[in-house]
Design a protein around this ligand. Structure first.
Ligand SMILES: [Zn+2]
Length: 473
């Protein structure tokens, strides 16, 4: 998960003390206890790259599912080589009776985590700790939250003797945070063998809470920008620093980067981004909210564009961005540089493409001595539709869990979840996590990652309600 700041929650934050969370011992149902235990146990596996415990986690999950009555043939474990690191993927099939005639639904989560160094954390990152209304530990949000709730929901529904009217699948990847080798392979397998109606991702979206833990809106990730990194290099014969030449790799690269610094890509607007700003603009106060509503009305409004482009929270929604992130040059203090290289990271607006973006950068720089190298395989993905049936199922879950309707706001993410690999194969994929957090509680990938305890247990109902709505209650 790439964390996008919950601007909405921050903007709406009401003044006043932070409400203390209910820390009394709660009465857990058997299924809540079961999903808690799964969560606790899988947080204990250090599934970060370099520690090779994804296979242990897969063995644990398949045992739980098998004990709950899932047949071995419906628990598909595959080994992958993720750029030299062994990992595994797990696909689980919940057989339906086929009575609806509808294509299957696939749900996504990832089992790997970004590593965490125990010495840097206040509590052991690989031991689930409940404190002050939060669960602490690496993966409590990203994305063992999703794994535990999806597996828990499958087991709960199986226990209830429920048979869906279409097949349901879980696809859990093992290297989402790094190479996404397992994700790509699973997406291909799903396309060839399952051909689902659509895909639901547990790894993004979710409810934004205000400072006092009240739900503000449900965010649904419906698109991701394309992540592409270029290295820009200037080479030069070099020489002795006592005899400078008129051309110099460092000066040339610097001049190129200054041109990039001044460049703004064309403003883009899609129905998704316009409706996103229209919805958000209702609740964001001041000049920023005004600009959001004005942009939703007219994406060519220059004042609105200027305001949204100058705000780091909103600039990414307006179009492609490219920014220099690393630099290396020269080899000795007394030698002219033989090369200078800058890393430029781009987040490309859906539908624009890497080639056009590179061509635009080259045109802006206007110097053929600057060579471009695309650093990794790029996945471009289109915008997904939030289908009416999915929207209705999510709305039902929200109404049941919060006792009222809250707005559902589709948004575009800066890029980086498993979902893009399914979108690129033509499957509408939306991320609808059951999680809920305040803007100040986003710690995914960082220190002291945590999840709201209430939101954790409510995730089980979230997925249960959604699946029953979409696959026969
Ligand atoms: Zn994630």
């Amino acid at each position: 998960m790439r964390v996008k700041a919950f601007l909405l929650a921050g903007a709406l934050a009401s003044a006043g003390p932070i409400a203390a969370q209910d820390t009394e011992t709660r009465q857990l149902t058997d299924h809540q206890q079961m999903v808690h235990d799964i969560y606790r146990d899988i947080i204990g596996f250090r599934t970060a790259r370099g520690h090779q415990q994804v296979d242990d986690m897969v063995a644990y999950l398949t045992k739980r599912l098998s004990d709950a009555g899932f047949a071995q043939e419906d628990l598909m474990v595959t080994d992958y080589d993720s750029d030299g690191e062994p990992t595994q993927g797990l696909i689980v099939r919940y057989r339906g009776d086929g009575s609806s005639g509808d294509k299957p639904i696939v749900m996504l989560a990832h089992m790997d985590v970004v590593d965490a160094l125990p010495e840097d954390w206040d509590r052991d990152p690989f031991t689930l700790t409940e404190e002050d209304g939060y669960f602490f530990g690496r993966g409590t949000m990203d994305n063992k939250y999703g794994v535990a709730n999806l597996v828990g929901t499958f087991i709960r529904l199986k226990d209830e003797g429920w048979t869906p009217n279409r097949d349901l699948y879980l696809a859990f990847s093992g290297d989402e945070e790094t190479g996404m080798v397992s994700t790509r392979a699973q997406a291909k397998w799903i396309a060839e063998n399952v051909d689902p109606a659509f895909v639901l991702n547990s790894d993004a979206g979710g409810t934004a809470l205000d400072d006092e833990f009240k739900p503000l809106a449900m965010r649904v990730q419906a698109a991701e920008k394309t992540f592409a990194t270029f290295e820009l290099t200037v080479s030069n014969p070099g020489g002795h620093s006592s005899r400078p030449r008129s051309d110099n790799a460092i000066y040339e690269l610097s001049a190129a980067l200054l041109k990039l610094a001044d460049h703004k890509f064309a403003v883009q607007a899609t129905p998704l981004t316009r409706s996103y700003f229209a919805a958000l603009g209702q609740s964001v106060p001041g000049e920023l909210g005004d600009a959001m509503r004005a942009f939703a009305e007219n994406p060519e409004d220059p004042a609105a564009v200027a305001t949204l482009q100058s705000n780091p929270e909103t600039v990414g929604t307006l179009g492609t961005t490219c920014v220099a992130t690393m630099l290396r040059a020269g080899h000795a203090e007394n030698a002219l540089p033989q090369s200078a290289t800058a890393t430029v990271n781009c987040r490309i607006f859906p539908g624009i493409g890497v080639e056009k973006t590179q061509a635009e950068l080259a045109r802006v720089i206007g110097n053929d001595n600057v060579s471009f190298k695309l650093m990794a395989e790029v996945t471009e993905s289109p915008v997904s539709v939030l289908r009416d049936d999915v929207r209705a199922a999510v709305a039902k879950s929200l109404a049941a869990r919060y006792g009222k309707d809250i707005p559902i706001i589709p948004y575009m993410e800066s890029g980086g979840t498993d979902g893009m690999h399914y979108r690129t194969l033509g499957y509408d994929t939306v991320a609808v996590s059951g999680g809920a957090s305040r803007s100040q509680d986003m710690y995914a990938h960082g220190l002291n990652e945590r999840a709201n305890v209430d939101a954790f247990y409510s995730g089980l109902d979230h997925w249960t309600i959604i699946l029953k709505e979409l696959a026969g209650g």
